[in-house]
Design a protein around this ligand. Structure first.
Ligand code: IPM
Ligand code: MG
Length: 362
């Protein structure tokens, strides 16, 4: 198989973690006989400095003609401050590339050997933590209209709108049910149906769809309660599905359960439109650009490496190769000899990648 990939390292540690992840991808494809056709492109401040914009046309073109986008991080807080909110790389590049990709999968796994890095007491996590968060990504407060600030200070008014159609709810819940079916068959649907209209429609839809998936155990949880239950009984969660903003917040909370945000991969997936064309699937580790440690070979590459595994699984259907990467990665984490600073170790980003490649058996 030939894999056409747009590689967008972006800013800060994006560069080193994507380099590490690409080394693992090349090692995997070499062993399994698949061919990687990677086109590198600039994004974020790196692109602003060269082309005057965070998502230049050349980068868009490369993304459009690729089968998947492997993305590092964008944004540098010191420089972001110099621009109005709507011109910052997060908006101009990140949200732009995610357009049309309604399903955001964030996979949170606590490596058994790193239970001591999890902030929860040992007795709460003896059964392990493996949660797939599925966040709706193209609706809700991020895009609902009207949105904006009107009037004159000090009497201005700001509005955001949370809006969802049944179609949008159904297609993300479907991803939830289908994913649960492939895992431990438990789905937690998170809403605020006691207050919000969007959530009432969400819950009604989830209850109805539950009939079509009798093999999946469906639980409905209010979002505030879910934030609490994630800390109280994290091992009980298998797949969690929720709307955009709730998912944004809960996935940051849950990522800590893995032991470090540096361990968590993600995928943004869409579906073909009526014309049969679809946005390019987008893969990124969920950590940011971490400029304080950038360029010093200190960043944790695991989030980016596991992101490559998600890409092999979801875009290229290479489940065996994806599993090989995951197995090698968790072996290194559980051994505990090659850990980066965020996990209490002193290994370099490149050393972690090296150790994973050494253990790779495709
Ligand atoms: C995330 C981030 C983004 C989001 C920001 C940077 C726009 O928080 O990927 O979770 O809210 O989606
Ligand atoms: Mg977020």
């Amino acid at each position: 198989m030939r894999m056409k990939i747009a590689v967008l390292p972006g800013d800060g540690i994006g560069r080193e973690v994507i380099q590490a992840a690409m080394r693992v991808l090349y090692a995997t494809s070499e062993e399994s006989g698949h061919k990687v056709l990677a086109e590198h492109a600039d994004v974020g401040w790196t692109a602003v400095d060269q082309y005057g914009e965070a998502l230049p046309p050349a980068t868009r073109d490369i993304c459009r003609r690729s089968e998947a986008i492997l993305f590092g991080a964008v944004g540098l807080p010191d420089r972001d401050k110099t621009l109005p909110q709507d011109q910052r790389p997060e908006r101009v590049a990140l949200l732009e590339l995610r357009k049309g990709l309604f399903a955001n999968l964030r996979h949170i796994v606590m490596p058994a050997g790193l239970a001591h890095r999890c902030p929860l007491k040992n007795e709460l996590i003896t059964n392990g933590i493996d949660i797939l968060i599925i966040r709706e990504l193209t609706g809700g407060l991020y895009y609902g209209q009207p949105q904006g600030i009107t009037g004159q200070a000090p009497s201005r008014r700001a509005v955001d709108t949370m809006a969802y159609s049944e179609h949008e709810i159904r297609r993300i819940l479907k991803v939830g049910f289908e994913s649960a079916r492939k895992r431990r068959k438990k789905l937690a649907s998170v809403d605020k149906a006691n207050i919000l209209a969007t959530s009432q429609l969400w819950r009604e839809t989830a209850v109805a769809m539950g009939q079509e998936y009798p093999d999946v155990h469906l639980e409905h949880i209010y979002v505030d309660n879910a934030a609490m239950q994630l800390l109280r009984r994290p091992s009980d969660f298998d797949v969690l599905v929720t709307e955009n903003t709730f998912g944004d917040i809960l996935s940051d909370e849950a990522s800590m359960l893995a032991g470090s945000i540096g361990l968590v991969p993600s995928a943004c997936l869409g579906e073909p439109d009526a014309q049969g064309s679809s946005a390019t699937p987008f893969y990124e580790p969920i950590h940011g650009s971490a400029p304080d440690i950038a360029g010093r070979d200190k960043a944790n590459p695991v989030g980016a490496i596991l992101t490559v595994a998600m890409m092999l699984n979801h875009t290229f259907g290479l489940a065996k190769e994806a599993r090989a990467i995951e197995t090698a990665t968790f072996a290194v984490l559980n051994e505990g000899q090659y850990l980066t600073g965020d996990l209490g170790g002193a290994a370099a980003c490149s050393e972690v990648a090296e150790a994973i490649i050494e253990r790779l058996r495709v």
